[in-house]
Design a binder for this molecule. Structure first.
Ligand code: ZN
Length: 442
């Protein structure tokens, strides 16, 4: 039932104690191997860590700080100041996807790679992958967290791993058919895209391919019931499960079990996670319904470790016990802290808009939609938020549908949107993350 029974079934308070026991040696490692951390940790007087509260003595780390610390790179330290292992000991580099600026690069030593393989296998095992599965792994870019690291994790379970990542959509679908794949691993939007293209590429309905399991992550989406159902129906799949990780910390950390009621944390052995109030920075309890930002410390990584890294991922705790016996909390990702939109005085995330619209009008829509901003920095909207929404090809009264969509959003979220109904396949699909936000071309 479990890949790592000891940690997966360990009560959460004990997991937290285990983390605290690991921290002193980790802090010591940072201070001795990194001038960058030496400076940052100066103000942390003592390294007494007897409770999670003591974590406050350590400053948060953000993506932009990491990016900046990497600008001073050299042949000796190709990863810049965040590199805490010798270059000769680093065996591989991955990068963030660069959707929010210059990508940040992270290294791994051969020991770090072994840890990855184990942690990511734990995630995929939780998500239901077994040795007898034939897994189509579709990420096109090996350098991304969802590329080579995921491949290693799936292969570590012993599943037959097929990686047609860089092929065209048609060739990818051919490969899936030729090899009788049972699982598709892709982002939610790419998975829908594959299903849409199946009739054209293979001349058959995707249901005929016999896919039983759909796995995906990398963007909010699979947590939304309407999108899960759309995928399940499109492929006639038995299960649709969400997974999540971060290049900056550990490529895979969260996965849904057979209960399909939120993602469990699966990287207890190697990564510490805190739930934080994004405004005050205070620790929040892991209790059902609590919403907070995830903050990570990967105390086991030696090449590019992070201490209290603010992920900017905003999640809601869905539960703290589960029928599967795993003891870690379950979460759903609500969105990125930086995706927040403000309409008059109301805060809203693009994923919430999509959730509401799909819940009521799923049968008319492809599932693709995008909020349109005037600039990357725009957060505030004084008039209705423009949203492009793709409709299925059929004869609808579009003016009436537009009105109904705008009304439901207004009634449910207390914000106004200006729905722009566009034909299917107008919104650009990407193989990795399909953003929920688009910047208007000037
Ligand atoms: Zn479970």
């Amino acid at each position: 039932m479990y890949w790592n029974k000891e940690f997966e079934t360990m009560p959460w308070p004990e997991v937290q104690k285990y983390w605290l026991s690991k921290l002193p040696a980790f802090i010591d490692y940072l201070k001795h191997n990194s001038g960058y951390y030496q400076k940052r940790l100066q103000s942390a007087e003592s390294v007494k860590i007897s409770s999670i509260e003591n974590m406050k003595q350590f400053p948060f780390l953000t993506k932009s700080e990491l990016r900046e610390a990497q600008l001073n790179s050299s042949r000796e330290f190709p990863l810049g100041e965040i590199q805490t292992a010798k270059t000769e000991d680093i065996v591989q580099v991955i990068s963030s996807s660069g959707t929010s600026g210059r990508p940040v690069y992270y290294g791994v030593t051969s020991k770090d790679v072994e840890i990855w393989k184990d942690a990511i296998a734990t995630l995929y095992y939780t998500a239901g992958i077994r040795k007898n599965d034939i897994v189509a792994h579709t990420t096109g870019v090996p350098l991304f967290a969802g590329g080579e690291p995921y491949f290693e994790g799936i292969r570590n379970i012993g599943a037959m791993t097929v990686w047609p990542g860089n092929l065209s959509t048609s060739r990818m679908l051919e490969t899936i058919r030729n090899l009788n794949c049972t699982v598709i691993q892709a982002t939610a939007s790419f998975n829908l895209y594959l299903a849409e293209h199946c009739p054209e590429a293979l001349g058959i309905d995707p249901k005929e391919l016999g896919i039983t399991k759909i796995l995906g992550g990398g963007e909010p989406g699979l947590g939304e019931e309407a999108i899960r159902q759309k995928l399940k129906d499109a492929w006639n799949a038995e299960t649709v499960r969400e997974i999540m990780g971060l290049a900056d910390v550990m490529p895979g950390m969260w996965a849904e079990c057979e209960d399909e009621s939120g993602m469990h944390f699966n990287a207890q052995k190697y990564v510490m996670v805190e739930l934080l109030d994004k405004e005050t920075g205070e620790c929040l309890p892991w209790e059902t319904g609590v919403v907070g930002e995830l903050v990570y410390t990967n105390f086991s990584r030696s090449a590019t470790p992070v201490l209290r890294y603010r992920s900017a991922d905003l999640v809601r705790v869905e539960g703290t016990s589960c029928s599967c016996g795993r003891k870690s909390p379950k979460i759903r990702c609500i969105g990125r802290v930086d995706d927040l939109l403000i309409f008059k005085a109301m805060n809203v995330y693009p994923s919430a808009i999509r959730d509401v619209v799909l819940k009521h009008f799923e049968q008319f829509l492809t599932g693709q939609m995008q909020v349109v901003k005037d600039s990357a920095e725009q957060v505030r909207f004084d008039s209705a938020i423009p949203v492009d929404i793709e409709v299925n090809p059929a004869e609808y009264d579009l003016a009436d549908l537009k009105k109904k969509i705008e009304k439901v959003v207004r009634d449910t979220l207390n914000i106004r949107i200006k729905a722009e109904l566009v034909p299917a396949n107008t919104i650009q699909r990407t193989q990795y993350k399909s953003p929920l936000i688009r910047i208007r071309e000037q």
